[in-house]
Design a protein around this ligand. Structure first.
Ligand SMILES: Cc1cc2nc3c(=O)[nH]c(=O)nc-3n(C[C@H](O)[C@H](O)[C@H](O)COP(=O)(O)OP(=O)(O)OC[C@H]3O[C@@H](n4cnc5c(N)ncnc54)[C@H](O)[C@@H]3O)c2cc1C
Length: 619
């Protein structure tokens, strides 16, 4: 262990993850905490890290309040509708009322925004989306964070949160290792903001073998945002609400600009509007939710999946009409060049010119995240002026552990934040974290050297496993005494895929399958004590896997608990195929006991704050 040097850093605010939410948090922490020490730790390099690494072509969350385009209430209604009623409206409203100011800063910082030539306003792609030339989106927000932080640490993976030993249930910092040097890093902090992104690769992806690694969500998003708080005993919410995306086949190219701006549409192999065909069947399952406008994302997926299962596939996006217009054709291609170059390459390799051939669509494997059309994540306090008592415990975006905050994909219950909303939520969390410190809530922290040393032993154990057992390798990479990270990952993905509602079963699961899934996940957890890493890169893979495995346990427990099919098209509980508003119009909340590793589950009321307040005003 002496081989790995230990570095200590004491700070006020520690931001874990420098993606959209993390850069927002770092920037805002400096605004409120002028004299505070602010540190951001990132697994990659913040200039090109996270889901926005490659750039984006649209900012998906902008109200346009200055022009009276939308109000925060409208966004709450929209997110509530899309998530079949299940959102934290206090969090959604809070994000929406601040998101425009974030976008205006991006504009000031030089992000090229497209303008509507007639009105001079930002060019709308859809009701909520505005279009950008966003290849450099991430370096631009990273610059704001770099100018704000005392120090940015790149290439350090945070593996565990430190807990205060003076006061129960209070965070004390975090530990991790540098993936290039192998050094051990201890960050003792008064407040920690976890902004470590969502989780891909917990369900088996469609692309395996030669295409392995190609997923819709960033392949490096490994669920640390969930595993770090879960391991420390924080409460989580809506972890069953995994997301499945309908995207262009094989490249996962985005469809938003195609649907909204190019006005393309989908059809089955016979050229029919298949969505209509499944209306009655869907109504049987979810009742009046199918009549809502716009149709919730999961229900559109449902029609796609049913049509494919009934033999109506492949499903195509009709591009051949829109692409006759040279302007729309350019937009169609540029849309990929700004964010998913790979889709253009796939089409080129398959002789698909969308001007003459309608490209195929597919539904993806499931992902876990809290900022897109889904809301898995940590159970956090809302803002004091909006949140009902069950949703408020002192500091905005604070988890159920004192001093531990979250933002972006980390935070559950608040869907449709996207890049701008995640940055905004980082700002909200940072403002509250600074206040928490100013209120002297972090006084007398005690993080012992022993706690740090114990984590150090744990973190490097995979290197130890490999060193000791490599002499037993029987052939290739097969050892009787350890498993490699890739072997463990593939085992995890199969368990999740086959038992928890992945593509193998057309997103179908039930209590018996979930029970078996949990058994297999428990054995995997045992075996992961014996994961072996031959170098620091593999050590990162080992810890990514452990974080994915813990996230998966939580997802499976939640899926087991909610005895209904709330989001057909995201997953199905075959033993409870219908949406059940009488018993399940509620949020699910879990907590894993760090001592026993056992999860406990509870139902928490979902409050429809926006329209309730309006009803009260009217009466
Ligand atoms: C394919 C795709 C397309 C999208 N398209 C759009 C769009 O068109 N418009 C839009 O507005 N939004 C879009 N989004 C949504 C947007 O990208 C996310 O909402 C946003 O990036 C979430 O912010 P975040 O900070 O939570 O996560 P991220 O931005 O992913 O940041 C997480 C950061 O944490 C780091 N990290 C992870 N684990 C650790 C660890 N253990 N230790 C240290 N660091 C760690 C990661 O490296 C990363 O930098 C899209 C997302 C995806 C995946």
């Amino acid at each position: 262990m002496a081989k790995h040097k230990t570095y200590y850093e004491d700070c006020d605010v520690l931001v874990v993850g420098g993606g959209m939410a993390g850069t927002g948090a770092t920037f805002e922490a400096r605004h409120w905490g002028r004299d505070m020490k602010i540190v951001c730790v990132e697994k990659a390099n913040i200039d090109r890290s996270g889901a926005v690494a490659q750039g984006l072509y649209a900012i998906n969350c902008y109200m346009g309040m200055q022009w009276g385009e939308n109000q925060p209430e409208d966004h709450v209604r929209y997110a509530r509708n899309d998530l079949m009623g299940m959102v934290r409206e206090d969090l959604g409203y809070d994000m929406a009322r601040h998101v425009d100011s974030t976008v205006h800063m991006f504009d000031e910082w030089g992000l090229p925004m497209m303008k509507n030539e007639e009105t001079g306003r930002y060019l709308r792609e859809g009701k909520w989306q505005i279009m950008i030339h966003g290849e450099s989106y991430k370096p631009i927000v990273a610059e704001a964070a770099k100018k704000s932080a005392d120090k940015i640490y790149n290439r350090i993976m945070i593996t565990h949160l430190l807990m205060d030993e003076a006061q129960e249930n209070r965070v004390g910092g975090a530990v991790g290792f540098n993936m290039r040097t192998g050094d051990f890093h201890v960050f003792r902090a008064k407040a920690v903001i976890v902004a470590a992104g969502g989780a891909s690769h917990i369900f088996k992806p469609r692309a395996v073998g030669e295409g392995m690694g190609r997923t819709w969500y960033a392949p490096w998003s490994n669920g640390s945002a969930y595993a770090l708080p879960i391991a420390a005993g924080a409460k989580m919410t809506q972890m069953e609400n995994r997301i499945v995306l309908c995207r262009f086949k094989d490249g996962y190219g985005p469809v938003g600009a195609y649907f909204l701006h190019l006005k393309t549409y989908t059809q089955n192999a016979n050229g029919e509007n298949y969505e209509k065909k499944w209306y009655d069947q869907t109504k049987e399952l979810v009742g009046e939710y199918i009549d809502h406008h716009p149709t919730p994302t999961c229900l559109r997926n449902h029609a796609f999946i049913q049509e494919t299962m009934a033999g109506g596939g492949p499903i195509h996006m009709v591009t051949t009409e829109a692409f006759q217009d040279p302007h729309l054709e350019t937009v169609g291609w540029e849309n990929f060049l700004g964010m998913t170059v790979g889709q253009a390459v796939v089409w080129a390799s398959q002789n698909i010119d969308p001007k003459y051939t309608n490209p195929e669509l597919t539904t993806s494997e499931p992902y876990v995240m809290g900022s897109h059309a889904t809301c898995s994540g940590a159970w956090v306090s809302g803002p004091e002026d909006l949140s009902p008592p069950e949703y408020f415990w002192g500091y905005n975006r604070m988890l159920t552990i004192d001093g531990l905050f979250g933002a972006g994909d980390t935070v559950g219950g608040s869907a449709h934040k996207f890049s701008s909303g995640s940055f905004t939520e980082g700002r909200l969390a940072a403002k509250a974290a600074v206040k928490y410190i100013e209120d002297k809530k972090a006084e007398g922290l005690n993080v012992s050297d022993k706690q740090c040393e114990d984590f150090k032993v744990k973190i490097y154990k995979p290197l130890e496993n490999y060193t000791v057992a490599q002499n037993e390798i029987t052939g290739g990479t097969v050892s009787p005494s350890y498993i490699s990270p890739i072997q463990g990952l593939q085992r995890l993905q199969r368990i999740m895929d086959e038992y928890v509602g992945g593509i193998a079963t057309n997103y179908m699961t039930n209590a018996n399958m979930l029970k078996r899934g949990l058994e297999l996940l428990a054995w995997l957890e045992e075996d992961l004590e014996n994961v072996g890493a031959e170098d620091y890169h593999q050590l990162m893979r080992a810890w990514e896997l452990k974080h994915r495995a813990l996230t998966s346990q939580c997802v499976t427990e939640h899926t087991m608990f909610r005895e209904e099919t709330r989001w057909p098209g995201y997953y199905y509980r075959g033993d409870h195929m219908k949406l059940d508003d009488d018993n399940w119009h509620c949020l699910t909340v879990s907590r894993r006991d760090p001592k026993t590793g056992k999860f406990s589950m509870e139902k928490v009321p979902v409050y429809h704050i926006v329209d309730e307040n309006e009803k009260k005003k009217a009466s």
